[in-house]
Design a protein around this ligand. Structure first.
Ligand code: TYM
Length: 335
């Protein structure tokens, strides 16, 4: 608890072009929860280094991600929005937790297996221990809740296992975090292949709606989305393409899937796809406008980065000190 509020922690990698999946599965929930909890949202730039980055482009992308969090509606005064790499405690706790994590459990991570297959020429140790750094992120802030999409479920489970293992030996050091998933939108699928999740690293750009896509592009991508046989706008396992679009429509409009189905009863796929595009545009456009405005506010953003880095470091160091003490690491002698 901080200020009598439960703690919420989440973040995104500072790489690639963010997609509607990142927004609907994570960012949108962060915004809806940020009043109720004491929140920390990290720009996960250390995690991004598991894949090679071009330095100048990477620096810009990381800063722009922080700006996007604010443009999406997260107040940087009420929430702690900061860069993971600015708080050394993340890397430090990650090392300590590495010593409480088994090779066997890390090698079962599906995201490691997928990424290793994709980057066969660079299967580095960071890719393997990625979930331990993620555990450190979450546990440093004693988070109660972690709002994420379904693809991060396994990483949250290993975080809980590591925390429970540590607590089992040293007492109640870490809060055991729980995942938070939205009622819908936790797994947005590719518009071109609904068997796959919508992903920023997808080579087929038509499969993803990017957060910075302009209205024409969004309409075009929705029109091209693969649909299923039949002509009925209905949610069901036999209709993965339409179900995905229904889910997108429902999260963007705030209607339930049943309400959405009723709206399109007797109408064809064409009308439906256009309505989905409009719903997406109505959510993304205000965020894009605000993002464009904030990009020009250099001093304001610099000030936020400074203040929030300090705030994050304060809470993170508190946990780190406790962990080191429990482990028996020698303390710095007082003068
Ligand atoms: P990342 O950057 O891949 O994704 C950021 C968030 O977006 C969610 N997401 C989706 N949700 C629904 N449908 C989709 N198609 C979709 N694609 C992505 C992800 O589940 C995630 O919530 N390892 C994390 C970053 C991280 C983190 C943390 C998250 C590092 N440390 C601590 C929470 C707490 C990642 O790579 O997310």
């Amino acid at each position: 608890m901080i200020n009598d509020k439960k703690v919420l922690y989440s973040g995104m990698q500072a790489t690639g072009n963010l997609t509607l999946g990142n927004y609907l599965g994570a960012l949108k929930n962060w915004v809806s929860l940020n009043e109720e909890y004491e929140c920390f949202f990290g720009v996960m730039d250390l995690h991004s280094l598991t894949v090679r980055q071009e330095p100048a482009d990477f620096r810009k992308k990381a800063r722009n991600l922080l700006i996007l969090y604010i443009a999406a509606g997260l107040s940087p005064e009420k929430n702690c929005i900061y860069f993971q790499s600015h708080v050394p405690a993340h890397a430090e706790l990650s090392w300590l937790l590495n010593c409480f994590t088994y090779m066997g459990e890390l090698s079962r991570m599906t995201q490691f297996k997928d990424k290793a297959a994709k980057h066969a020429d660079n299967i580095n140790a960071g890719l393997f221990t990625y979930p331990v750094l993620m555990a450190a992120d979450i546990l440093l802030y004693q988070a109660d809740y972690v709002p994420i999409g379904r693809d991060q479920q396994q990483h949250l489970e290993i975080t809980r296992d590591i925390a429970e293992r540590f607590n089992g030996i040293y007492g109640d050091v870490f809060t055991i975090p729980e995942a938070y998933y939205g009622k819908a939108g936790a797994k947005i699928r590719s518009l071109q292949d609904p068997a796959k999740k919508m992903s920023k690293s997808d080579e087929n750009v038509n499969g993803s709606i990017y957060l910075m896509d302009d209205p024409d592009t969004i309409v075009r991508k929705c029109k091209r989305a693969v649909t299923d046989s039949g002509s009925e706008v209905r949610y069901g396992e036999d209709k993965p393409g339409i179900s995905n679009l229904l889910e997108i429509y429902s999260v963007c409009t705030g209607k339930t899937v049943e309400e959405a189905e009723k709206d399109f009863a007797g109408k064809g796929y064409g009308d439906f796809k256009l309505a989905v595009a409009e719903a997406v545009i109505s959510v993304l456009k205000p965020m894009q406008d605000e993002y464009g405005r904030l990009l020009k506010e250099k001093d304001y953003i610099d000030g936020i980065i400074r203040d929030n880095d300090e705030k994050a470091a304060y809470f993170a160091n508190k946990t780190l000190r406790k962990v080191k003490k429990k482990l028996g690491l020698t303390e710095m002698p007082r003068k």
